[in-house]
Write a protein that binds this ligand. Structure first.
Ligand code: T46
Length: 137
């Protein structure tokens, strides 16, 4: 099964421009507790490099693009987030990295939980051990 789980958002665009609506438990598959966005990112500076114990997210580049890598401890897959209509679901215990941000990138993330640093697994070795103990995948 692919790690790349995309959600296609309808664009309610017309001659004035595009409008995309994100609604919890409709086109976002969880109750939204937090919204954050990455802006002013640098093309040669990658971010992420962690997994979460218990967090679901949907990430969408509302402007520009970036390359997202997902890793379940056995497989790595990548996808370009390059459309405001393309959301990427990222489940729990998935390592993620963001690379190659375009200069105009705005990466919006909807999250199922409030921010909690204790939910992060920031060491790749710890992540692999956790996955192995949990019976990967
Ligand atoms: C993720 C990817 C896609 C907060 O205080 N509150 C927040 O809601 C968030 C997201 C971060 N922070 C703090 C934690 C760090 O001190 O902001 C600082 C930067 O966060 P971090 O280095 O984790 O940023 P990224 O871009 O590597 O990762 C972020 C999210 O943290 C992460 O959950 O999945 O974006």
């Amino acid at each position: 099964m692919s790690l790349i789980n995309l959600v296609e958002f309808n664009s309610l665009g017309d001659e004035r421009g595009q409008l995309v609506a994100l609604e919890e438990l409709r086109n976002i598959p969880f109750a939204i507790k937090r919204v954050y966005y990455l802006v002013d990112t640098k093309s040669d500076v990658a971010r992420g490099f962690h997994a979460h114990h218990d967090l679901e997210q949907v990430a969408v580049c509302v402007s520009g693009k970036c390359r997202m890598i997902l890793d379940d401890g056995q497989h790595r897959e990548e996808v370009w987030l390059d459309s405001p209509c393309k959301g990427l679901r990222i489940g729990k215990l998935i390592w993620r990295e963001m690379h190659d941000f375009s200069a105009d990138c705005v990466l919006l993330v909807l999250a199922s939980e409030y921010y909690q640093e204790a939910d992060y697994i920031r060491d790749y070795g710890d992540f692999l051990r956790l996955k192995a103990n949990a019976g990967n995948p």
